[in-house]
Design a binder for this molecule. Structure first.
Ligand code: ADP
Length: 272
């Protein structure tokens, strides 16, 4: 699935899979073998939903005859935790050929979901090839999110200009805090790359090349009600700020502000 955020000729292309979330909002996380009621069950239906939020899906690859990946999510009101049971029956990964058909000229930034590693590595190479024909100021920036606890994702770290590393991946690698995560990931990233590390209620930190580490606190709402997608919200807002020329520290602060507002509401409807 590929989509761009607006019709603006210098817009942001997102590359990854799309998944339907079936959200069950429960008063508390259920006991095993118990039967509990849900206060909300919400199917978000993809293309219409993207349109509603102004996301352009002209470049989306829709696979006929494939079932959409889906996640059953249990949101606990008591703790704001989000437990996710995911299934993908038969949606294939995006191919390098699909990506190669996209005219990259309108894009200022291309963000890749960290998955489909061999193909995404090739796609980033195609972006680099494209950049070779451009003046430096017009290079397309690439970013990648290293989110899931999967060892193969590490191979994407050296490739992108901006690397988002989640605390789940950090925990999987045995890194104990944001500072250690940034140091370790920076050592794998290409020189000059930006590394960004969101860390739940602790906010986020980031660094660029040999530059100093910058930090932002979290901006907790009066009440935390829904943390599903907090990381995605942080990443999107941070990319938005960086793409508009904001400094790294200001950009992660903006990411934390938007993500903080998001965790205070159910879903995204109230954020529109
Ligand atoms: P995820 O688990 O969704 O990948 P994180 O838990 O790291 O993402 O959160 C991403 C960002 O969302 C954090 O950097 C922070 O700004 C914000 N955030 C997450 N949880 C909270 C919270 N309880 N209070 C305030 N902000 C939060």
């Amino acid at each position: 699935m590929m989509s761009s955020s607006t019709r603006d000729p210098r817009s942001i292309l997102c590359v990854g899979h799309v998944c339907v979330d079936l959200i069950n909002l429960c008063s508390h996380y259920p006991e095993e073998d118990a039967k509990v009621g849900t206060t909300t069950a919400n199917n978000r239906f993809l293309l219409e939903d993207f349109a509603k939020y102004g996301v352009n899906t002209e470049q989306a690859v829709v696979c006929k005859g494939c079932e959409c990946p889906s996640s059953c999510v249990i949101l606990s009101r008591a703790t704001a935790s989000r437990t996710i049971i995911h299934s993908n029956k038969n949606l294939p990964e995006l191919s390098v050929e699909d990506f190669a058909q996209v005219d990259l000229t309108p894009y200022q930034w291309i963000h890749f979901e960290g998955r489909n590693v061999a193909n995404v590595a090739q796609m980033i190479k195609l972006v680099r090839e494209h950049n070779k024909g451009l003046p430096r100021g017009e290079f397309i920036t690439t970013s990648v999110e290293i989110e899931k606890a999967k060892p193969e994702l590490e191979a994407l770290i050296p490739l992108a200009d901006v690397v988002f590393v989640s605390k789940d991946f950090a925990a999987f690698k045995g890194y104990s805090n944001k500072a250690e995560t940034l140091e370790r990931v920076k050592a794998l990233a290409h020189p000059g790359a930006v590394v960004v590390c969101p860390w739940g209620e602790e906010g986020a930190s980031a660094c660029q090349g040999s530059g100093v580490m910058v930090h932002s606190p979290a901006f907790p709402p009066a009440s935390v009600v829904d943390t599903l997608g907090a990381g995605d919200t942080f990443n999107a807002a941070t990319i938005f700020a960086l793409a508009h020329g904001s400094a790294l520290e200001d950009s992660i602060r903006f990411g934390c502000r938007v993500a903080g507002a998001k965790v205070g509401v159910i879903g995204w409807e109230p954020m529109r």
